[in-house]
Design a protein around this ligand. Structure first.
Ligand code: IPM
Ligand code: MN
Length: 352
């Protein structure tokens, strides 16, 4: 298969983790006779410096034309004071919106061989849930503003029935091939948007009699995820709650550096690790590349390349079992570099 992939390395550790990911995807392509054609394009700080815009139109164009986008990470404190629309993060939000990537899928899996989690081991064994986070609506994209004197500010949270339906359908479909449970996380005791979410999702549930639907308020969910993470299968939630729950869930998985994600729209898709740009680690060859590599694996699955995805994930599993891990996962004295982790996985794939 031939696939055109837009690549945005981004800021901080982005280029390092992306380098390992592409090395591994190339070895998959070689083994299975695929042709992955990468087009590197710019976003984030580099784009601000070069084009005065964190998400230039050329980048959006390239992404819209490609079969998928691989995204590293963006963010740089240097631009924190930039006006709205001009921070690196604004570039990412703009791309999500322009590509209409409304469904963000974030799997949380615990690998039994690493345990850097502060949570008791017996609570973690066998945890396997997926967050379905709405990605192009809600408080992130509603009208924002300030009063004239700057002393009053607002962010509107808006959702339409259609926006809720399209991600709701995807969450229920995913549950069918898993443990058949959807938990809607909201704040329906306070927020009107949450009440609409409940109405719409309850209607969808009627079409999926085999799937159990339950509801949790976000404050309670934040507690349950830590106290009893095994009870979750699919967590369905809005943009802001999904953002918060995913970082919280990374504590269960030991490291934010491990977690991948897929953002899906109608015929468009982007794959990116959950972690940020981690500027303190930039250029040090210590960042965990697995979040980015596993995002590549989600891309393979999206392309329908199931054997390929399975081999990549097996290779990642072997690297963890062999304790070839970066220092977020094991003690520094035994840790491997970003590149060594990538090399191990690449070699495993090549030798299979
Ligand atoms: C994420 C990130 C982004 C978000 C930031 C960088 C805008 O935290 O993908 O979780 O809030 O969506
Ligand atoms: Mn986040």
């Amino acid at each position: 298969m031939k696939k055109n992939i837009s690549v945005i390395e981004g800021d901080g550790i982005g280029p390092e983790v992306m380098k390992e990911t592409i090395k591994i995807l190339n070895s998959i392509a070689k083994k299975y006779g695929h042709n992955f054609n990468y087009q590197k394009t710019m976003a984030g700080s580099l784009a601000i410096e070069k084009f005065g815009n964190p998400m230039p139109e050329e980048t959006i164009d390239s992404c819209l034309k490609s079969d998928a986008v691989l995204f590293g990470c963006i963010g740089d404190a240097k631009y924190d004071k930039n006006p709205r629309g001009m921070r690196p993060e604004d570039g990412l939000l703009k791309l999500r919106k322009r590509m209409n990537l409304y469904c963000n899928i974030r799997p949380i899996v615990v690998h039994s061989k690493v345990n850097k989690s502060p949570i008791k081991e017996e609570l973690l064994d066998g945890v396997d849930f997926i967050i379905y986070r709405e990605l192009t609506g809600g408080i992130y994209f509603g009208e924002k503003g300030r009063s004239q004197n700057g002393e009053v500010a607002y962010d509107h949270c808006i959702y339409s029935k259609e926006e809720i339906e399209r991600i709701g359908e995807m969450a229920f479909k995913a549950a069918l091939s898993r443990r058949k449970k959807v938990t809607l996380v909201d704040k329906a005791n306070v927020l009107e948007t949450s009440r609409l979410w409940r109405e719409v999702i309850q209607k969808i549930a009627l079409d999926y009699p085999g799937v159990r639907l339950d509801f949790l308020y976000i404050d309670n969910a934040a507690m349950q995820i830590i106290m009893n993470p095994k009870k979750f299968d699919i967590i369905l939630t809005d943009n802001l709650f999904g953002d918060i729950l995913s970082d919280e869930s990374s504590v269960i998985a030991s490291s934010l550096g491990l977690l991948p994600s897929a953002s899906i729209g109608n015929n468009k898709s982007m794959f990116e690790p959950i972690h940020g740009s981690y500027p303190q680690a930039k250029g040090k060859n210590i960042a965990n590349p697995l979040g980015c590599i596993l995002s590549g694996s989600m891309m393979l699955e999206y392309f329908g390349m199931h054997k390929e995805k399975n081999l990549l994930e097996e290779a990642v599993k072997k690297s963890i079992e062999a304790r070839i891990c970066t220092q977020d996962l094991i003690d520094t004295e035994f840790s491997s570099t970003t590149e060594e982790v990538g090399d191990y996985i690449e070699k495993y794939i090549r030798n299979q």
